[in-house]
Design a protein around this ligand. Structure first.
Ligand SMILES: C[S@@+](CC[C@H](N)C(=O)[O-])C[C@H]1O[C@@H](n2cnc3c(N)ncnc32)[C@H](O)[C@@H]1O
Length: 533
């Protein structure tokens, strides 16, 4: 570890357990609650959905649980791990305020721990040519930059973008009237990442004029000279109209060769001013310039500011107390234009009013979004996305995107924990939580062990040639005999039972050499047991 800069904070070596809207708790990294792969329960369907992992998802619950489910549950991992093109998050900025719909005041180290755990899983989800965009303000953006460098690699940092969120000055501000936020962008791998070009705006095109009524249309005069001295590019350029001879200014040379310039003069592509005596300039025609390279400064006129996002909210929800910190749809549209194309998967695990999902939907992206607060999901996120699907969402980018409705999404909720953890003298002990039925137990064990669910009379899951049998009861000689008999040639069994007789392991090994037994829930989380995450 020579020369590597790291950011450190209290409890960095601990895991952070989310208690939903009640906050976070530092726990030991081995704590089963910090390693549990939670199940997702479907609570509703909106519009056209297939019912499989390729649907758009609104997930209610903590983003870490959602990300862990996407990374580790085999059915979801197949669809999302290494396949998400763009992650755009607008997490609580940690401004110290309590907003109407969420609290924005975490202890600094808790905020960093919270972000690190989520960014680490986001890295697993990113496609090789994907990128992660984190929207923040001064409160945490410098720390988050270092954190992102630590996780994604400093070499993969792309840019910090300035979003002008306000175009008026607040005279009641104590020091500065804050007018911008920052969006930090990192690539999964900078060698693979390219920014898509942006369509040219009216404002950009306005600087192109046509003072000489050129039939090729509006043009912009750009310098013929450049900052260099090269003998072969230092020669006289003569105005055809007046015969005036121009040499490059001191310390400069021309940017083009003599023959090129002669050709350009013949084609009327060099401008010598109104009277023909001006310094020669190149005529860059609007029809010949392509889409534009995105700039790092995004102004209110281009992407909207806080005022626009508030009015978009009022249009969507005229009867609600407006969501406190929505973003304008055009801001998110620009992010998605630069970092994704139609059909790509976009993820936002701090949904709020659902701007990212709404914009992604209207732009033909697939999306997953996660919101912790049930109230926010019920009041804003879901109703807004329902309106988008129904084509009943008149604001934002609807008109410019030509959106008229369609598609759908599934409404999912992070299931409650299947386990209960008790702190005893012997350390942390894990038990099956009350009310967990056999079917749920089977799904939970399969997800935790990384087995894909299968339809089979004996086995719950499969991973390669290994078959998972979950026994909600005693694994004894008869049970292992039945399980071994159900194995096909070349397969082994992993038997997970809530109770196991002393002789069962030996009998199973005799019947099928590579097979083994573990006790649930104890061995699911033990570092020496079958599974570690
Ligand atoms: C700044 S707002 C996002 C606003 C959003 N970009 C919009 O346009 O409406 C942050 C959101 O993240 C949610 N949130 C906070 N902590 C979370 C967590 N651990 N998991 C999921 N959502 C969380 C908050 O409830 C809040 O709605």
């Amino acid at each position: 570890m020579t020369g590597r800069l790291t950011l450190t904070w209290a409890n960095k070596d601990h895991a952070l357990l989310s208690h939903g809207e009640s906050g976070y708790e530092w726990v030991d990294r081995d704590d089963p609650r910090a390693r549990e792969v939670r199940l997702l329960d479907e609570v509703g369907r909106v519009g056209d959905v297939t019912g499989d992992a390729s649907d758009n998802f609104l997930i209610r619950g903590d983003s870490l649980d959602a990300l862990r489910a996407l990374v580790h549950t085999p059915e979801l991992a197949a669809e999302y791990r290494g396949k998400v093109k763009l992650v755009y998050i607008d997490p609580p900025f940690n401004t110290g305020q309590a907003f109407e719909h969420y609290d924005d005041s975490l202890e600094h180290s808790v905020w960093l721990g919270m972000m690190r755990e989520r960014l680490v899983l986001i890295k697993e989800l990113l496609a090789p040519d994907g990128s992660v965009w984190v929207h923040l303000d001064d409160a945490e953006m410098a720390y988050c930059k270092v954190l992102m460098d630590e996780i994604f690699g400093r070499q993969n940092f792309v840019a910090s973008l300035v979003w002008q969120k306000a175009d008026t000055v607040r005279n009641d501000a104590t020091r500065f009237s804050s007018a911008h936020d920052i969006i930090l962008v990192s690539a999964a791998d900078i060698q693979n990442w390219r920014a898509n070009r942006l369509p040219r705006s009216e404002r950009m095109n306005k600087v192109y004029r046509n003072p000489d009524k050129d039939p090729r249309g509006p043009w912009l005069a750009v310098p013929l000279q450049g900052p260099n001295i090269r003998p072969n590019l230092t020669y006289p350029v003569v105005s055809p109209k007046t015969g005036k001879c121009h040499m490059p200014p001191a310390g400069n040379c021309w940017r083009r060769s003599k023959s090129e310039v002669e050709q350009m003069i013949a084609e009327g592509r060099i401008y010598f001013g109104k009277d023909g005596n001006g310094v020669p300039q190149i005529k860059k025609f609007l029809t010949e310039v392509g889409d534009s390279v995105p700039s790092t400064i995004w102004q209110v006129e281009e992407v909207g500011g806080n005022r626009q996002s508030k009015s978009e909210m009022r249009l969507l929800f005229p009867d609600e107390v407006p969501f406190a910190t929505p973003e304008p749809e055009r801001l998110v549209e620009r992010v998605l234009q630069i970092g994704s194309i139609s059909g790509d998967i976009v993820l936002d695990c701090f949904a709020g009013s659902g701007t990212t999902a709404a914009v992604a939907h209207k732009m033909g992206r697939r999306w997953v979004t996660v919101e912790l607060s049930e109230n926010t999901a019920d009041t804003f996120t879901k109703p807004r996305l329902e309106k988008v699907v129904a084509g009943d969402d008149p604001g934002g980018i609807t008109e410019s995107a030509g959106w008229t409705g369609g598609g759908g999404f599934r409404d999912l909720r992070i299931a409650s924990s299947c386990w209960q953890v008790l702190d005893s003298d012997a350390g942390l002990e894990v038990y099956r939580a009350e009310g967990i039925d056999t079917a749920t137990l089977r799904r939970a064990v399969a997800a935790q062990l990384g087995y894909a669910l299968i339809e089979h009379p004996v086995f719950t899951g499969a991973r390669g040639r290994s078959r998972l049998a979950v026994v909600d009861g005693v694994v004894d000689a008869t049970a292992v005999a039945d399980i071994a008999a159900a194995l096909a040639e070349g397969e082994t069994a992993l038997v997970a039972g809530t109770a196991v007789t002393d002789d069962a392991q030996t009998i199973l090994r005799d019947l099928n050499k590579g097979s083994r037994i573990l006790r649930i829930p104890r061995d699911l989380f033990s570092r020496t047991g079958a599974v570690t995450r």
